[in-house]
Unconditional design. Structure first.
Length: 428
């Protein structure tokens, strides 16, 4: 693999100071509750809200501030996301009555978590699409209490109107104007106003990510997301301006967002670099995108498809685009990615917003061991078993021997207690 454009070293680890700050914040919220939340909201967001839960009147006002076209777009995207989540849910089935031997029945139930928080970031842009991506799968999964939260717009007491409308369209039961590490702590430990949940999902800044890491165990989480990233494999058969546009779409997220092109054609690679620079000239978000491209943009030249595939599997990107003439050759050998976008027509941004798949995806090589958020994130697969007297008596000697072999006599005796008169029961 030859480097045509090199990137600066990427910092992905949470620094010690961030860990210390978040630890103090979590302890403060856990001990002082709502008062600590009010102080942090005033300090970080300039919000003076006394109560964090958003009422119906506030939601109705948000609808008034969203245009008809914006509302129609939100509902159209929601319909696609919901349809795909429902299709995914149908693939996750229950198992009933499996029998490894006579008298033993085994199975599992698929049970939704009772309560979940969907954390929707604020930051530089109102990421209302994330509200749809988090809340809709939770609703399709059957979560009984779906909470959503997002920080208020800086210097105000209200969530961005489009974000609030998207939360309502998606089906949140409870909405809170609250963000940051303090929100993660509040929904993990509970406060006077906020009842704790069982699972927290959603992306956020370094403080939110660190709070999720520190609260894990007290509450479940989806995964810890880092800076966003896209890797494009191109064979030179496509349009260089399209690839440039896709790389910059990722770059405008943040200065540490990562865009990588792995090209099989050197001229195409250099054309993409040229087109990126040309588009930056009039891109409204060039202040962020140019910094990201300068420091994190990377262009590599692969000798062949096998080398490109090996690199992609090793990098395990959040988004993986196949801008190639014959994507099938690549697909069967790729196995580490958050979401795959096949062919030049399939822009990564389609998945960000409205195609139906989820955009909450693993980053920083986490795709080696997990997929992205989906309806199954909110489901637990819980096993069960049932035995007849004969089935229990038939299994008990084996279990007793295994238990004695581990030195656990009480375990063995619990098995042997089922060795009584097996004729007293009836096999069914």
């Amino acid at each position: 693999m030859r480097t045509i454009k090199e990137a600066a070293p990427r910092k992905t680890a949470i620094d010690k100071e961030t860990r210390r700050i978040v630890e103090v914040m979590i302890e403060n919220v856990a001990s002082r509750g709502d008062q600590a939340l009010r102080e942090y909201s005033a300090l970080f967001d300039g919000s003076s809200r006394e109560r964090f839960r958003v009422g119906k009147d506030e939601i109705d006002r948000a609808y008034d501030r969203v245009s008809r076209e914006e509302l129609a777009d939100i509902r159209a995207a929601a319909a696609n996301i919901r349809a795909f989540a429902e299709a995914q849910r149908q693939t996750i089935g229950e198992l009933d009555g499996f029998s490894p031997r006579e008298g033993i029945r085994l199975g599992h139930r698929v049970i939704p978590v009772e309560a979940a928080l969907c954390y929707v970031p604020g930051g530089n842009y109102p990421l209302y699409s994330t509200a749809l991506m988090l809340i809709i799968p939770a609703r399709v999964a059957g979560v009984k209490r779906i909470c959503a939260c997002s920080p208020t717009v800086k210097g105000t007491n209200e969530i961005d109107a489009k974000t609030l409308v998207a939360m309502d369209v998606a089906g949140a039961d409870e909405i809170y104007a609250l963000g940051g590490a303090q929100a993660i702590a509040a929904f993990s430990y509970g406060t006077e106003e906020i009842k704790a949940v069982d699972l927290i999902v959603g992306p956020g800044n370094q403080f939110v990510a660190e709070a999720k890491r520190q609260c894990y165990g007290q509450v479940g989480i989806d995964f810890i997301a880092g800076p966003s990233e896209v890797l494009v494999i191109a064979d030179g058969s496509g349009d260089s301006r399209t690839v440039a546009a896709d790389l910059l779409a990722q770059a405008e997220h943040a200065p540490n967002a990562k865009g990588i092109l792995v090209s099989l054609d050197e001229k195409f690679a250099r054309d993409v670099i040229r087109d990126v620079e040309a588009e930056l000239a009039d891109l409204p978000t060039a202040d962020i995108a140019a910094l990201s491209w300068r420091d994190q943009g990377e262009v590599l030249l692969a000798a062949d498809a096998a080398e490109a595939i090996a690199y992609a599997n090793s990098y395990a990107p959040e988004h993986l685009e196949l801008n190639v003439a014959e994507p099938g050759i690549y697909q069967e050998h790729l196995h580490n990615y958050g979401s795959l976008f096949v062919g030049q027509n399939t822009a990564e941004v389609f998945g960000d917003y409205a195609s139906g798949t989820n955009h909450t995806l693993p980053t920083v090589r986490a795709a080696r061991y997990t997929g992205g958020l989906y309806v199954g994130t909110f489901l637990k697969t819980c096993t069960w078993q049932e035995m007849t007297p004969a089935g229990a008596a038939g299994l008990a000697p084996l279990v007793a021997r295994l238990a004695y072999g581990e030195g656990l006599a009480a375990h063995a005796r619990a098995a042997e207690a089922r060795l009584g008169d097996i004729t007293t029961g009836t096999d069914e």
